[in-house]
Design a protein around this ligand. Structure first.
Ligand code: HEM
Ligand code: HEM
Length: 171
């Protein structure tokens, strides 16, 4: 008897994911740095991260932040299980993916704070702050590349369609 697969990522988590992805791509590659659209999208990303945290706290399934498997023992077991040829399955994000996502969220918060500070009279033309904002953005780019490599390796080596999880909602 076949049963329909369980939705791991509800539609609102998927929607938040794709809007955040869009704001990051537009702000890094398309929009003029520092202009109002850039700033507004940066704040939109921050707002979505905060909503995402709130939804994680009220989610009853407990597979969302703050219940991500982020303990050192989770990470160690996850990494070693790959070398044994049978990576442990998780209902939500794996420990390594969780680390990347938490760092992405921290970068988005850091970009909004440093971007906001760039608009204050006290920091007008402050090159160090501009460099900090640029460095956080570079860090975010690196994390997104790691995110893509993780999804690609998972599909290639373990034949899992993880990349579909943020489209259809189930793994
Ligand atoms: C998704 C979030 C964001 C991303 C990915 C992002 C990315 C970037 C990047 C790549 C630059 C160019 C940095 C450089 O020249 O080295 C930049 C510049 C800038 N960003 Fe953002 N940013 C974000 C959010 C914000 C927010 C929320 C604000 C303000 C409220 C802001 C204000 C600025 C300003 C004023 C500059 C120009 C700084 C300069 O003159 O070099 N950004 N941003
Ligand atoms: C700039 C672009 C992107 C950013 C910043 C980003 C960021 C994130 C974040 C923060 C999460 C955690 C979601 C949550 O728990 O709420 C996530 C999960 C995920 N993303 Fe992305 N993402 C981007 C692009 C993409 C693209 C293009 C794909 C499709 C290939 C994708 C596929 C996924 C999948 C499948 C998950 C869940 C994986 C799992 O179950 O562990 N992402 N992403």
């Amino acid at each position: 008897m076949s049963s329909s697969p369980k939705i791991v990522w509800p539609y609102y988590i998927r929607l938040i994911h794709w809007i955040i992805a869009l704001t990051v791509i537009l702000n890094i590659f398309i929009l003029e740095e520092g202009d109002p659209p850039h700033r507004n999208l940066g704040y939109l990303a921050l707002g979505l991260v905060l909503i995402r945290f709130f939804l994680g706290f009220i989610n009853k399934r407990k597979n969302l932040f703050p219940a991500l498997p982020l303990k050192w023992s989770d990470i160690k077991t996850h990494v070693t299980s790959h070398f044994n040829g049978s990576p442990v399955d998780y209902e939500g994000h794996t420990p390594l993916a969780s680390v990347v996502y938490v760092l992405i969220w921290i970068c988005l918060i850091g970009l909004a704070i440093s971007g906001w500070m760039l608009g204050l009279d006290a920091f007008w033309g402050d090159e160090t702050l501009e460099e900090i904002h640029g460095a956080i953005s570079t860090g975010l780019e690196v994390l997104v590349v790691i995110h893509f490599i993780g999804i690609a390796l998972d599909s290639y080596f373990w034949k899992r369609k993880t990349w579909m999880a943020m489209i259809k909602g189930y793994k």
